[in-house]
Design a binder for this molecule. Sequence first.
Ligand code: KG4
Ligand code: ZN
Length: 348
Amino acid sequence: MADEPLILGIETSCDETGVGIVRGHTLLADALASSVDQHARFGGVVPEVASRAHLEAIVPTMQRALTEAGVALADIDAIAVTAGPGLAGALLVGVAAAKGYAVAAEKPVYGVNHLAAHVAVDTLEHGPLPEPAVALLVSGGHSSLLLVDDLARGVTPLGATIDDAAGEAFDKIARLLGLPFPGGPYIDREARAGDPAAIAFPRGLTAAKDLAAHRYDFSFSGLKTAVARWVEARQRAGEPVPVADVAASFQEAVCDVLVAKALDACRTSGIETLVIGGGVAANSRLRAMAEQRAARHGIRVRVPRPGLCTDNGAMVAALGAHLVASGVAPSRLDLPADSAMPLTTVSV
Ligand code: KG4
Ligand code: ZN
C-alpha cells in the first residue's frame, strides 16, 4: 500500500554493510557489502578491518539500495540504524551515516537494537507477528530466548547462553575440522552427508539438575570440548576424522537443545508462535527440526528465508517500519552507538 511508511535501514554492527528499504511489510531493496573475505584468514572478525570496510562500502551500498527500490532519499519517511549491540567502531560508521543522511534530507532517525531487528525481519515474509510470541535468537554473538509481548516497546528475556553463542560454537567447531570461516554454512553442508546419530555429543544444560536454575539458558562450551576431545582422540590413534559425521552429530546436539528449550518456553507460557532469527536460523537442520517438533504441539514456527537470517539492512528497516507504525517517537540526533545495548532496549 502506497500510504504505508517508506523506511530505510542501515546495518553495520559486524562485518556486513547493509542498506534495506521497506514499505510497511514489503521489501523493496536489500543491498549488502560483506567484508567476510578480509577476515577469513584471521578465523574471526577483526574490528578495525570491519570498520574500515564499512566506511568504504556505506555510500555505494546506500546508492545501490535506493536504485534497487527505485526511490530517492527525499521519498524516505524515516531512517533506522543499528545502534547496538555490536562492534563499537563498526556501529559508529552506520550511526554517523544515518545522522548525516537524516540531517541532509530532514528525516527522523531511529537508533534500533540489532537483536530486535533479527526478530522483526520475519514480518517481511510472514506479515505482522502475533504477540505474544516466543523468539529464539541465535547468531554469532548472541543466543537468547525471549518473550515478545510488544516488539515496538520491549521484550522479556527468558534465558541466554552462559558461555558461547550458538554461531560461535559452529565457527569454532568448523575451525577444528579445518573448514573455512564463518563455519556455520560449511558445517551445515558437511552434515548433509553425515550421520547425526554417529556420535552422542552432550546436550548442555538439559540434565534435571541444571533445569532448575537454567531452564531456558544455553551452554555450548561443554559440547565444544567434547567434540575437540573426540577429534583429538581420533588423530592420536592415527585414524581419519569422519568430518561429515562429526559435523552432523555436533549440529544435531546444538539444534536438539535449541529446539527443545524454545518449545518448552512456548508450551509453558501457552504461546503458539515461535519465531527464529539470527544467522544460525539459516541452518537447514534447525529449520527442519523446529518445524517437525513444533507441529506435534500445534505450535507455528516462523523463520525468514536464509538470506534474511544473517545480518542485513532489511531487518533494520523492518524494525524501523514497525516502530513508525506503532507510533514510537524517533531518536534524538545525538543518539549514541552502544556496543553493549541490552536486549530489553528496542530503540533509543
Ligand atoms: O546474525 P549473524 O549474521 O551475525 C551476528 O549478528 O552475529 O550470524 C552469524 C553467525 C555465524 O556464526 C555463522 O557461522 C552462523 O551465523 N551461520 C550459521 C549458518 N549460516 C550462518 N550457522 C549454522 N548454519 C548455517 N547455515
Ligand atoms: Zn546479527
